[in-house]
Write a protein that binds this ligand. Structure first.
Ligand code: 8YV
Length: 314
């Protein structure tokens, strides 16, 4: 019997393709020159879609593949998948929560430490001979003990908070609902949180509900000299206000893994000196990507075999 067809929306590691091709016939959308033609050609056999957090799947894709039963996201964030459209068409949606939580939290701390302690400058200081020619590098900024504010106290936010607590940092957060079980101070909005922190770290889920959540009012309420970190989605932040904050020096430095319009981000980010930038790579270790691939596959196989989904969203 023919294997069921799987639309592979974005590139995955070869080990995932090797495993997926055991159960599915793979159709590589990301490689197709004529994407609409490719969908039309295989619409009669594709029953499942594999996509990625930052790419998602829209209603037009679902309509082009009417036999689709499941969209499995390689990533925790499903903000780029039209969930309402999936629900209306009876398509199940899964994601990969938990397996990437600690990895993304590591990246948040890495970006914080790299910006505050100016790791890029220190590295260049050694390499370009400044150490010999000029002596010690300029002094940097302390991280331990500083007040951190976390926007979005979900799984990833809590993992960042645990790390921050180990650095002796008082933790406060903003989120829709206070979480009284947590030993951290709650503020209702980022703007209310902003005046109380030395570091603002964004880890809220993306999507319509959080678009522009870190708004101009929040950025203007930050203490001068604050450090800003974002490991969630570019959409969560008013990027124009962030850039203004960086230009004016209110935000002293920023560590950013996510942006609007990835990968063609606002070129001003490339020009500002006080930034550490990453290409949406917070979950990008071999170990975590193997776990994400496995969980995505297990969801796809569960759907095909008629078993309960492991991590359903819809
Ligand atoms: C991944 C992500 O970068 O989990 C998410 O929501 O954005 C990331 O972990 C992505 O889905 C893999 O391409």
């Amino acid at each position: 019997m023919d294997k069921p067809g799987l639309l592979v929306v974005g590139e995955l590691p070869d080990w995932d393709f090797a495993e997926l091709s055991q159960r599915f016939t793979l159709h590589h959308y990301w490689r197709a020159a004529d994407k609409p033609a490719m969908l039309a050609e295989h619409a009669g056999s594709i029953v499942a879609i594999s996509t990625k957090g930052e790419i998602g799947a829209d209603a037009a894709m679902m309509d082009a593949l009417p036999l689709t039963k499941i969209i499995a996201c390689y990533g925790v964030g499903v903000d780029a998948i039209d969930l309402e459209a999936a629900r209306a068409r009876g398509i199940r949606v899964t994601n990969t929560p938990d397996v990437l939580t600690e990895e993304v939290a590591d990246m948040a701390l890495l970006l914080l430490l790299a910006t505050a302690r100016q790791v890029k400058l220190g590295d260049a200081w050694v390499r370009d001979g400044s150490w010999v020619a000029k002596g010690p590098m300029p002094l940097t900024t302390r991280v331990w003990g500083k007040r951190i504010g976390i926007v979005g106290m979900g799984r990833i936010g809590r993992a960042i908070a645990r790390r921050a607590a180990a650095f002796g940092m008082p933790v406060s957060y903003s989120g829709r609902t206070p979480q009284p079980a947590l030993p951290y101070t709650h503020y209702p909005t980022p703007a209310a949180l902003a005046p109380h922190v030395d570091i603002l770290c964004v880890s809220a889920a993306g999507g319509a509900a959080t678009r522009g959540l870190v708004d101009r009012a929040a950025i203007e309420a930050l203490n001068p000299g604050v450090i800003f970190v974002n490991v969630s989605r570019g959409t969560v932040v008013d990027e124009a206000a962030l850039l203004e904050g960086l230009r004016s020096g209110r935000i002293a430095a920023a560590g950013l893994d996510v942006f609007l319009n990835e990968p063609e981000i606002d070129p001003e980010f490339l020009r500002l000196p006080n930034l550490v930038l990453q290409p949406h790579a917070a979950s990008g270790t071999v170990e975590t990507r193997r776990d994400m691939g496995r969980l995505m596959r297990e969801n796809l196989e569960a759907q095909i075999d008629g078993r309960p989904l492991l991590t359903p969203i819809v």
